[in-house]
Design a protein around this ligand. Structure first.
Ligand code: GTP
Ligand code: MG
Length: 415
């Protein structure tokens, strides 16, 4: 009953209808199954994206940059086991699946281009290659969008599969423009203009309604990779997109930002769950359960940003020492639990101060009252999420960006 009162207080203060429903579910579970069940329920809720299957189709003529793109998105280095072979000059006869190395639910299918030698017969293309099973399609092209590409786009429209056209290798256009003494930021507009004027009549009808993105598979930080990601986000379910965002490597600042946003949106779920666990205090137990929950979430940040201990160990000392996560994991004697406990106490002091209204509920021993737990967990997670995002930026700027983008200093204006 005590919990009921507190939960009402919690949800009344901040809750939406969905959160109120969620709090109610938590209430029911804690009454029937105890606080462990809440932690389990919260984790299941947070992990729903892991059950999402996602199939992405990649089609287009030979040498349009399909394999390079697949490797960039899946985080494969050239020639790594499981990576798509680039520059081979022959697309395979059948759709080749490439599974995400860390998330086997995500599969990219490299389709033979329609109308190519490997697939001259259009009739059975959609059925033979199971194109209709894909959640989303990218049709790669180089100079012009061919009639075969249009044919595929029309079939995808018929079966309501979202798709976009992709023109890769925009970095080469920028290099050429620089060589020719042109301003790099005019390149995108020029290339887009050329594609538009070279389209056939058939192409015009469909491409007018379609999105075309100009990207670089080799240097994903230039061109319209962020716009492509936005298009994907608005055309697949939010859980499927969450799965992409949590699994994709941190290949650009925008990707890091998207990861951050998605992670931030989970904080409320964890905080409400932690508050529910503390609402019916079982001495020590609720603190331990909450610690586990926090630890679970902090590790998810570390994995999502790719700043795992293994990876950090491989970095030069001067970069390593700039990372909060390195300091957290090493200076607290690798015992994340010890570290979190200290942080909880610090945050608890601040939270108690912040929420004077909650002070009438006493802090008993190691236990923190429900609304205060909400604030503590909320504060701790926000603080460390911000720090880990900074870490991800440092790693990106100093390692990933520095390694692969040395010669590109141009920022392409996006429109
Ligand atoms: N500069 C630059 N080169 C690229 C880019 N994408 C691909 N390449 C290169 O272009 C060549 C062809 O790229 P692939 O990714 O193999 O093209 P593909 O469409 O898979 O080709 P097929 O499998 O033969 O159909 C390779 O040598 C790549 O390294 C890019 O964005 N920029
Ligand atoms: Mg290929």
């Amino acid at each position: 009953m005590g919990w009921m009162m507190k939960s009402r207080k919690l949800t009344k203060r901040n809750g939406t209808a969905e959160e109120t429903k969620e709090a109610q579910t938590l209430t029911d579970r804690v009454e029937n199954e105890g606080p462990e069940a809440i932690a389990q329920h919260v984790k299941e809720n947070l992990d729903r994206w892991k059950n999402e299957k996602l199939k992405i189709g990649i089609s287009g003529r030979i040498k349009t940059g399909k394999s390079q793109f697949i490797n960039a998105v899946l985080g494969f280095k050239p020639n790594q086991l499981g990576a798509a072979e680039t520059g081979s000059g022959n697309t395979t006869q059948q759709a080749t699946p490439y599974t995400h190395p860390q998330n086997e639910q995500i599969v990219l299918f490299n389709f033979p281009g329609v109308g190519t030698e490997d697939h001259p017969n259009k009739d059975n293309y959609m059925t033979k290659e199971n194109a209709s099973e894909c959640d989303y399609f990218l049709i790669f092209f180089d100079s012009v969008i061919s009639d075969d590409d249009i044919w595929l786009a029309e079939r995808l429209t018929e079966i309501k599969t979202p798709f976009c056209f992709v023109r890769s290798m925009i970095d080469q256009d920028i290099d050429n423009a620089k060589f020719d003494g042109k301003e790099p930021d005019t390149v995108l507009g020029e290339v887009r203009g050329k594609v538009q004027t070279s389209r056939s009549v058939a192409a015009n009808t469909i491409t007018r309604k379609s999105s075309i993105f100009f990207i670089s598979g080799r240097y994903p930080n230039i061109g319209e990779f962020p716009e492509l990601l936005d298009h994907n986000e608005s055309n697949i379910s939010s859980l499927k997109f969450e799965s992409i965002v949590f699994s994709i490597s941190a290949i650009s600042k925008e990707v890091i930002e998207k990861k951050y946003q998605k992670l931030k949106s989970r904080i409320r779920t964890v905080s409400v769950g932690a508050a529910a666990i503390s609402a019916e205090p079982v001495p020590i137990l609720d603190l331990l359960i909450n610690l586990q929950l926090l630890k679970y979430e902090l590790y998810h940040y570390i994995n999502t940003f790719g700043i795992t201990m293994d990876f950090i160990e491989s970095l030069p000392t001067e970069i390593k020492e700039r990372l909060s996560v390195w300091n957290i994991l090493t200076k607290s004697g690798t015992a994340l639990t010890v570290f979190i406990t200290q942080q909880i106490w610090k945050a608890a002091a601040v939270a108690a101060f912040e929420s004077v209204a909650d002070l009438f509920i006493p802090v008993i021993g190691s236990l923190i009252s429900a609304p205060t737990t909400f604030l503590v967990v909320n504060n701790v997670l926000n603080k460390y999420l911000d720090q880990m995002k900074e870490d991800a930026f440092i790693v990106y700027e100093n390692v990933l960006h520095a390694q692969t983008h040395v010669h590109i200093d141009a920022q392409v204006t996006r429109n």
